[in-house]
Design a binder for this molecule. Structure first.
Ligand SMILES: [Zn+2]
Ligand SMILES: [Zn+2]
Length: 192
């Protein structure tokens, strides 16, 4: 693996260190039940699903009218649709994810008024985000053996190759189902 590819993994090192460091600090600084911690982490995972869905649907596929807007949308996501096999645009850069993470944590802190609860939500969010990156990588670069992963791969490739106005979820079709962009019909043809 060359240096450029290793550099693409920067967000993974960064968020793993940050989330685990903050998690340890939160656990040391208060006594909270395991159920409460798990509930907050799970809420973080679910909110990731919402963010993933709406970012993809509203921002990445935004029908920009101006030249600058079109360039922005292309750089953010449509370049990936144009070249789905390249690794260059596969993982989100820190300059995109970090402002989102900061907004999320600020909002979580404003609602919860507890930095420890915010940290547990952030850990769940990070887990959801990593699952997204893993499943997205797998959809384009691997032939998964697990049935669920095969389903998600096909689901995402149909978004690429059949209609980009449907199937925005990568980690699950749940939010497509809830927000009306789920399409049950899977054609028999193989999508690669
Ligand atoms: Zn893709
Ligand atoms: Zn897309």
């Amino acid at each position: 693996m060359n240096r450029k590819i290793w550099k693409q993994f920067t967000p993974f090192y960064f968020y793993t260190l940050l989330a685990s460091g903050l998690g340890v600090a939160a656990m040391i600084s208060e006594t909270r039940s395991l159920t409460s911690i798990l509930f907050l982490c799970l809420t973080g995972v679910l909110t990731w699903g919402l963010i993933e869905y709406w970012l993809h649907r509203l921002v990445f596929h935004f029908d920009a009218q101006g030249e600058k807007g079109r360039k922005f949308v292309y750089a953010m996501h449509l370049s990936h649709h144009a070249n789905p096999k390249t690794m260059d645009d596969l993982f989100a850069r820190l300059r995109l994810s970090l402002p989102l993470a900061l907004c999320y944590c600020s909002l979580a802190w404003a609602l919860m008024r507890s930095w420890q609860a915010t940290v547990y939500l952030f850990i769940g969010l990070t887990a959801g985000y990593f699952s997204y990156e893993f499943l997205h990588y797998q959809a384009h670069h691997r032939a998964p053996s697990l049935r669920l992963f095969r389903y998600l791969k096909k689901y995402h490739l149909l978004h690429h190759h059949q209609t980009s106005a449907l199937r925005f979820g990568v980690t699950s079709p749940v939010f497509d189902y809830l927000f009306g962009t789920f399409n049950q019909s899977h054609p028999n043809r193989t999508v690669r």
